[in-house]
Design a protein around this ligand. Structure first.
Ligand SMILES: Cc1cc2nc3c(=O)[nH]c(=O)nc-3n(C[C@H](O)[C@H](O)[C@H](O)COP(=O)(O)OP(=O)(O)OC[C@H]3O[C@@H](n4cnc5c(N)ncnc54)[C@H](O)[C@@H]3O)c2cc1C
Ligand SMILES: NC(=O)c1ccc[n+]([C@@H]2O[C@H](COP(=O)([O-])OP(=O)(O)OC[C@H]3O[C@@H](n4cnc5c(N)ncnc54)[C@H](OP(=O)(O)O)[C@@H]3O)[C@@H](O)[C@H]2O)c1
Length: 657
């Protein structure tokens, strides 16, 4: 659909008329609609559930955007086209941008029929972390080099998915979306897109226009899907005078391709002990001359939750070529292996609920492990500051294999306190400590996670989602937003970011969105939007439930946008499995569905000819008796005794009379 196209209703009429052109012969149309409504009349000539064409625009080509492209590509969404605008020069999102040393994610592992540890090369200790199973169920990859995948391996996987599944054709890289507006009269979204100068990484923070050019154009679509990423607005430390520093300054989420060479033999300052900082330190310790680690908050550093599937001590290991070949030749055994890990992760959810034995055990284990390691490394004094009093999992629990050991390394000096200022060759902290002689500063200082979109998204009644969600980021089931018709978001507020694989959640949300789009296409709806009181009630429930979790404990975390006592509006109120079941049984009644026919009397016009497509356009595989498919409890009736004569009442079985 080009910009300035006709209304959704006009296009629907045009489409149905094209399927049944010319004058209707007697019996071919519902004549009662002829002079009442052009669309109802056109619909009455086509089979029920005829799908009208819809155009989808997705913003962002990370896992989310690609999942949606694949739904279109394989026909899960029929008669739909999709364009994905991606600001960077390549696909991959998180994995394209976060190239810092040690960026590692757990992928596969197993227990019962797993490769034996012996015979596998041991890797590490650097960069291991609690991660998730990262892969689409429809693109299994038996060729991961190691149990924990490294950032470049994940990026290579995404590139392969895009290439081998034919998804690149839907993606326009170097295109940054800067505005979206719902056009009520047309029932479409108008998107403003800026062609970038083609640079590798383009920032999506509000009011940052680096990389944008003078070339801007509008596009229009029926459905807008925001796949622009929860972790896509990285931030520098909130400290003045950054430009005073004369050395190299890097952020983990915008890591330049050639930055690695700047670390060898250099004095480095690393800010932050979130998941990124914890991964960076062990992977640079061997190559730097000295590293100052600036920490201001305690954090749990524990063994990976699925470490029992890893090598001894939770270590990473390479898969052998034989193992990879065996999985490749036997997809069922590979699936079984993946199931074991997913099962293990899913069964760990009680850890996140207050007062559970799992939480207690994790705390005891964490204390023991941190004490043992810091004591062994001769830096027991760090315990007092580092050991949290909040629940395990309140901040993202970071397994951080090798982190505590690296903190104890003679090259490492821990500097406690908030970084307050940059100097020409180092940093000053609130504790009064000053680091100097620093060549490189690495800011592992995370992201702005306010949940608010980073550019104006203006829906019904002039409501700008960017402003509304800044104040109160409520979303219904994380996917939809009030006043935003035909608008969906992936991993929005109240999504299950706190545990398990985000990619699996992305797949489940994609299915949910496709369900909605199919309903729009086949039941003559112009738009769908959640009812405001439903979204508000859902949010109240979510916040009330989340109060009983480890996430609500007293810590600064990403889930509260860096605050200690902020609202937990990033997280789903329940387990990931709980979320998946909710998505699998959509509550359509929680939404307003707006018919393309204005009259209330015509909301069933989509029942159309009264014939199904199979009846009207039978194909070779059409089954007109599909409902006779026996269920698994089917049981044949033994010979009946009445011979059709029931108390003298004869039943004619042929015509039902
Ligand atoms: C360092 C790090 C490690 C992580 N580790 C794990 C892990 O181990 N397991 C796990 O499950 N999850 C992990 N995550 C979460 C991770 O973000 C998700 O797993 C997943 O990759 C998100 O995919 P996405 O497509 O939704 O978003 P993203 O990958 O963030 O993709 C969003 C895309 O949208 C584009 N975009 C943004 N704004 C615009 C715009 N205005 N116009 C055009 N394009 C735009 C971006 O360039 C980007 O390509 C991690 C996150 C980070 C930051
Ligand atoms: N494989 C994985 O599992 C993995 C790896 C990396 C990232 N991630 C994801 O990405 C999210 C973000 O992780 P992240 O580590 O990039 O960010 P983060 O968790 O927000 O950590 C940022 C760190 O920077 C510190 N900081 C910020 N400003 C500072 C200042 N002025 N002085 C001193 N310290 C300062 C913060 O301290 P405070 O804590 O005191 O605010 C915190 O330790 C994670 O929650 C996770 O979901 C996952």
């Amino acid at each position: 659909m080009a910009a300035h196209a006709s209304t959704a209703r006009d296009r629907a009429i045009q489409y149905y008329q094209s399927l049944a052109p010319g004058q209707a012969k007697p019996g071919e149309a519902t004549e009662g609609y002829k002079d009442i409504d052009e669309l109802a009349y056109a619909l009455s000539r086509v089979p029920t559930f005829t799908s009208r064409p819809l155009k989808v625009i997705a913003i962002g080509a990370g896992f989310s955007g690609l999942a949606l492209a694949r739904a279109v590509h394989v026909g899960k969404l029929q008669n739909a086209s999709i364009t994905i605008y991606e600001k960077n020069a390549g696909v991959g999102g998180t994995w394209y941008e976060n190239r810092y040393p040690g960026c590692v994610r757990q992928l596969v592992g197993g227990k019962r029929r797993l490769p034996k540890w012996r015979g596998h090369a041991k890797i590490g200790p650097s960069g291991l972390t609690h991660g998730q199973l990262v892969k689409f169920s429809w693109a299994p990859n038996p060729f991961w080099p190691s149990y924990y995948a490294k950032g470049p391996d994940i990026q290579a996987y995404i590139d392969s998915v895009a290439d081998q599944h034919g998804l690149r054709e839907y993606v326009k890289t170097g295109h940054k979306v800067t505005n979206a507006m719902w056009l009520e009269d047309r029932q479409t979204w108008r998107i403003t897109v800026n062609k970038t100068d083609g640079r590798d990484l383009v920032i999506s923070s509000p009011d940052v226009s680096e990389g944008e050019t003078g070339t801007t154009f509008d596009d229009e679509c029926d459905v807008l899907v925001n796949c622009s990423g929860f972790f896509n607005n990285w931030k520098w430390p909130n400290v003045a005078d950054r430009s005073k520093f004369m050395g190299k300054l890097f952020h983990t989420a915008a890591w330049p391709r050639d930055a690695e060479n700047d670390l060898d033999g250099k004095t480095v300052a690393l800010i932050g002990n979130g998941s990124s900082g914890v991964q960076v330190l062990p992977s640079i310790i061997d190559r730097v001359k000295k590293v100052y680690v600036h920490i201001r908050s305690p954090t749990w550093i524990t063994t990976n939750f699925v470490a029992k599937f890893a090598g001894p001590g939770g270590m990473n290991y390479n898969y052998t070529e034989e193992q990879k070949a065996a999985w490749s030749a036997d997809p069922a055994s590979y699936l079984d292996y993946r199931r074991q890990i997913e099962e293990e992760l899913n069964s760990r959810f009680p850890l996140y609920v207050d007062h559970t034995p799992e939480q207690k055990a994790a705390r005891e284990f964490g204390i023991k492990e941190m004490t043992t390691k810091l004591r062994a490394g001769g830096k027991e004094e760090l315990l007092e500051a580092m050991l949290p009093d909040f629940a395990v999992g309140c901040r993202r629990a970071t397994p951080g294999n090798g982190y505590l050991e690296a903190l104890c390394h003679p090259k490492c000096e821990v500097v406690w306190g908030k970084v307050d200022a940059f100097t020409s060759d180092g940093l000053c902290t609130s504790s009064g400590a000053v680091t100097s002689g620093v060549d490189v500063i690495i800011c592992a200082t995370g992201f702005d996670l306010s949940c608010a979109p980073r550019f104006p998204i203006i829906g019904q009644n002039g409501i700008d989602l960017r402003e509304r969600w800044l104040e109160n980021p409520h979303a219904y089931l994380s996917v939809t937003a009030t006043d935003m018709p035909n608008y969906f978001t992936l991993m929005g507020p109240y999504s299950p970011l706190g545990h398990g694989s985000v990619v699996t959640s992305i797949e489940m949300v994609t299915r949910y969105i496709c369900d909605f789009i199919r309903k729009l296409q086949t039941q003559n709806y112009g738009y769908v939007v959640p009812k405001p009181h439903i979204a508000a009630a859902y949010q109240k429930h979510a916040l009330a439930w989340l109060a009983r979790t480890a996430w609500a404990s007293h810590c600064a975390s990403t889930y509260k946008n860096g605050t200690v006592d902020g609202k937990l509006n990033s997280l789903h109120p329940g387990s990931r499995l709980h979320y998946f079941e909710l998505l699998s049984t959509p509550r359509y009644e929680d939404f307003e569905w707006k018919s393309l026919c204005d009259s209330e009397d015509l909301i069933f016009a989509w029942l159309a000819t009264g014939f199904t497509d199979g009846e009207r356009n039978p194909r070779e595989d059409t089954d007109l008796t599909w409902y006779l498919e026996p269920d698994k409890h089917a049981k044949q009736i033994r010979q009946t005794s009445t011979n059709g004569d029931m108390n003298g009442c004869r039943v004619n079985v042929h015509n039902g009379a």
